[in-house]
Design a protein around this ligand. Structure first.
Ligand code: RUQ
Ligand code: CUA
Length: 661
C-alpha cells in the first residue's frame, strides 16, 4: 500500500513537472479581442473590487477588475513600514497575542460579510494560519479594524468562512494540539491520546462588527483544512474538510494519505447553540487577545480574555457527523442553493458532490458506517448526490456562478474545469499558468454569485513574466465566464502568495468609502487640533511632542531640550481636511518606520535618540509643491545637560528659554 502511494505521489510529481513546462496548447496568449475585455480606460473605474489574500505576506491586496489594477495593499497581520502599521504606538496593539507582539502571519483566505446570503460590502475577514487569529477589515476605511486570537488552536486554516447573515465566522485548527489548559509537555507520539482539534465559532456583532468567541467544539485530533457554511436550506450547518484522519504525527505526505477516504465533517451549529443555552458547555481557562481599532481615538486597544466555552463532540453526539470523502479533501464548497456540498480530494480522480437533504435523511434513519472517535460516520452512498467523473488531476477548490455551474481548480493538471451541478457533466476546461490553487468568482461562495469573471490564483509562475531572479511574483489569471466557454482575458502579478479571494461589484463599497477623518471628531488623547496648541512637554524622561502638519510645514519645526536617555513621542495630527492629502513623518536614525497620517488623524512615533547632535525630520509623502521644504530640526543634548525644552515655528532659532509660539 505504502509503495502504491509513493508511486502515485511520484506520478503526481512527474506530471507537475510536465505541466509546469510548456502547455501543449499554445492558445494561451491573450488575443487582442480578449484583451479589450480587460481594458479599463484611464480615469475610468473598474466594475469590481477584488480582495486577495497575500499568503505569506500576511496582508490583503485590493485589485480592480477587470483591469487587474492594484489599488491598495491593506496591512493585516504583518507590520508594514510603508503605512507605519505595527510601528506607530496606535497600531502596535493590533498585533498583540498571548505570545506578545507578533509581527507577521500567513493570511490564506478572505471572506466578505453577507446579509441574507448576499455579499454586503461591509467587512472582509482574513485568517492567520500561523499564530491562529481572525482579522476583520472595515471597508469604509480599508483598514484592519479588529484581530481576535484563537485559543486551543495552532494554525487557523479552515477560516474565516461565515454564515449567511455573518452570525459567525469560523476557525478550525489546522494542527491538532493538546488543549491550552492540558499539559502540553507530552511525547509527540502520544498524538492519538493527547492531541485535539478545536473549532471556534466567532460571533460578529451586527452593528459594530465586534468579534468574540461564542463557543468552541472539541473534536478528534484531525487536521481541519477548509470549510464553508450551509446556506438557505442548509443554513444552521457548517462543513469542514478534514485530512490526517490517520492521526499521524510524522511524514504526513505518506502517513496521512493512507486511507481511501478522509472526512468532511458536518456541524449542526444551531444544535450547538441550543447546548450552549442549556448550559452544556464547559468554561475552560485559556488566554487570548482581542485587538480593536477605535475610529474616534485613531488607536487600538488589546483586551485579554481568560476563558472560553467548550462543547465536547464526544458527549454531544448530534452536533457533528462525518461524511467520508475521497483522498485528503482540501476545498469544501457549498453551492448557491445550499443543497450541494463539493469535496475536493487532492489525490482523488473524481469530485464527490454531497446532498444536504440526503445527508439529513441519512441522519434521521441512522444510515451510519461506524463511529470515528465518538462521531457518527454517515454512509458515503447515503450522503452522496453523485460524482463528477474524470474531471482532471488534483482538484482543490470550487466556486459557483449564478447559472448552476461549478468551476473547480486542478493543481496537478493546471486547469479550471467548468461543470454542471445538476447533471455533474464537464462542460469546459481551460489551462492555467501554472498549478492553480484557489478560484474566485465575484460572490462565488454566496447565495447570489455576481458571476461574469473568474480569477485563478496560481502557485507557479515560471515563464509568464520577465525573469526577476529566482523569485517570481505569483500570477493571477482573469477569465470571462459570461459565455458558454471560459476565455482568458488577463494575466497579472500578485502580492505575496494569493490563496482565496473575494470580489464584489464596486457599488457595494465605493460610495461608503471614507475620504477624511473629521478633525472635530478626533478624540485621540494627544490630538492637537490647531497650530496654536502645538507644544512640547517633558514628563520625567518622556517627552511628548504635540505636533501638527499642514501643507507645507510641521508645527513646531525646531525643538530643543531633548536629552540622551529620553523617550520622545511625536503625536502628529494631520490638520488637512481634504481627500488624499496625507503627510508623512520620519526622523533620522529612528529604529522605527515612518508615520503616514491621514487627514484629521493623529498618529504617534516613538523615538529614542542615541546620539548627541542635530536630528532632522521631514515629511515623507509628496504633499505639495513645497513638500521638500516640509522639514525640521531637533537638538539632542547630553543626558546631564540643562538645555530647557523649547520649540518654535517660523523663528530663526528657539531661544533657550520657554517660548510661546
Ligand atoms: S489553501 S490552494 Cu486555501 Cu491555504 Cu488551497
Ligand atoms: Cu507633507 Cu510632504
Amino acid at each position: 500500500m505504502k509503495n502504491l502511494i509513493v508511486l502515485f505521489l511520484s506520478a503526481i510529481v512527474v506530471s507537475v513537472g510536465i505541466s509546469a513546462c510548456k502547455p501543449k496548447s499554445m492558445t494561451s496568449a491573450v488575443s487582442g479581442d480578449a484583451a479589450a475585455k480587460a481594458y479599463v480606460a484611464p480615469g475610468q473605474y473598474d466594475q469590481f473590487y477584488n480582495f486577495v489574500s497575500g499568503g505569506f505576506s500576511g496582508q490583503l491586496s485590493v485589485y480592480g477588475l477587470p483591469s487587474g489594477r492594484l489599488l491598495r495593499v491593506i496591512p493585516v497581520f504583518s507590520v508594514d513600514p510603508e503605512k507605519g502599521w505595527g510601528y506607530s504606538e496606535e497600531t502596535k496593539p493590533m498585533l498583540n497575542t498571548s505570545h506578545g507582539f507578533v509581527p507577521w502571519d500567513d493570511l490564506h483566505h478572505t471572506e466578505m460579510s453577507q446579509t441574507n446570503g448576499e455579499v454586503d460590502g461591509r467587512w472582509v475577514f482574513g485568517n492567520a494560519n500561523n499564530t491562529p487569529r481572525v482579522a476583520r477589515v472595515d471597508l469604509k476605511t480599508f483598514r484592519t479594524a479588529e484581530i481576535i486570537e484563537l485559543p486551543n488552536s495552532a494554525g487557523n486554516h479552515s477560516s474565516p468562512f461565515i454564515t449567511e447573515n455573518t452570525e459567525y465566522v469560523v476557525a478550525g485548527t489546522r494542527f491538532s494540539v493538546p488543549a491550552d489548559n492540558a499539559n502540553g509537555d507530552v511525547p509527540i507520539n502520544t498524538y492519538k491520546q493527547n492531541f485535539k482539534g478545536h473549532l471556534s465559532f466567532i460571533s460578529v456583532d451586527p452593528t459594530s462588527g465586534n468579534m468574540d468567541i461564542a463557543f468552541q467544539i472539541r473534536c478528534p485530533g484531525v487536521n481541519f483544512d477548509l470549510s464553508h457554511a450551509g446556506k438557505g436550506p442548509s443554513h444552521g450547518w457548517f462543513f469542514f474538510s478534514c485530512y490526517n484522519t490517520e492521526q499521524a504525527n510524522t511524514l504526513l505526505e505518506v502517513n496521512a494519505s493512507q486511507k481511501d477516504k478522509d472526512f468532511i465533517m458536518a456541524v449542526n451549529w444551531k444544535k450547538a447553540e441550543e447546548y450552549v443555552k442549556a448550559g452544556k458547555g464547559t468554561k475552560v481557562p485559556v488566554t487570548y487577545t482581542i485587538n480593536r481599532w477605535d475610529e474616534a481615538t485613531h488607536s487600538a486597544t488589546t483586551t485579554v480574555k481568560k476563558e472560553v466555552l467548550v462543547l465536547d463532540s464526544k458527549e454531544l453526539t448530534d452536533i457533528c457527523y462525518m461524511m467520508p470523502c475521497p483522498k485528503s479533501p482540501h476545498g469544501c464548497d457549498v453551492d448557491p442553493s445550499g443543497e450541494y456540498i463539493v469535496g475536493s480530494g487532492k489525490l482523488a480522480a473524481l469530485i464527490p458532490v454531497f446532498s444536504f437533504s440526503k445527508m439529513q435523511t441519512a441522519i434521521t434513519n441512522k444510515e451510519f458506517d461506524g463511529v470515528y472517535e465518538g462521531i457518527n460516520v454517515i454512509k458515503y452512498e447515503s450522503a452522496l448526490y453523485g460524482e463528477v467523473q474524470k474531471p482532471g488531476l488534483g482538484p482543490l477548490h470550487t466556486e459557483f456562478d449564478a447559472n448552476g455551474n461549478a468551476y473547480t481548480s486542478f493543481f496537478v493538471s493546471s486547469e479550471v474545469v467548468k461543470w454542471n451541478i445538476k447533471d455533474l457533466k464537464v462542460l469546459d476546461r481551460v489551462p492555467t499558468y501554472y498549478s492553480v490553487g484557489h478560484l474566485c468568482v465575484p460572490g462565488g461562495d454566496s447565495q447570489k454569485p455576481f458571476g461574469k469573471y473568474l480569477i485563478a490564483y496560481n502557485k507557479i509562475t515560471k515563464d509568464r513574466y520577465l525573469p526577476t531572479g529566482p523569485e517570481l511574483a505569483q500570477s493571477a489569471q482573469l477569465y470571462d465566464i459570461s459565455g458558454e466557454k471560459m476565455q482568458m482575458i488577463l494575466d497579472f502579478p500578485t502580492i505575496g502568495e494569493p490563496h482565496y479571494a473575494q470580489a464584489c461589484p464596486a457599488e457595494k463599497v465605493k460610495d461608503l468609502s471614507v475620504k477624511i477623518f473629521k478633525i472635530e471628531e478626533n478624540n485621540h488623547p494627544y490630538a492637537t487640533k490647531g497650530e496654536k496648541d502645538a507644544k512640547v512637554v517633558r514628563e520625567g524622561n518622556k517627552v511628548h511632542v504635540y505636533m501638527t502638519t499642514i501643507r507645507s510645514h510641521f508645527a513646531p519645526d525646531n525643538i530643543e531640550g531633548i536629552r540622551l536617555g529620553d523617550e520622545v513621542y511625536f503625536h502628529v495630527t494631520n490638520l488637512e481636511q481634504d481627500w488624499d492629502v496625507p503627510h508623512g513623518f520620519a526622523v533620522k536614525g529612528a529604529a522605527n518606520a515612518e508615520l503616514l497620517i491621514m487627514p484629521g488623524e493623529t498618529q504617534t512615533l516613538k523615538w529614542v535618540p542615541d546620539k548627541v547632535g542635530i536630528a532632522p525630520f521631514y515629511c515623507t509623502d509628496f504633499c505639495s509643491a513645497l513638500h521638500q521644504e516640509m522639514q525640521g530640526y531637533m537638538r539632542i543634548s547630553p543626558a546631564n545637560s540643562n538645555v530647557p525644552i523649547a520649540f518654535s515655528l517660523g523663528q530663526a532659532a528657539p531661544p533657550t528659554e520657554e517660548v510661546k509660539m
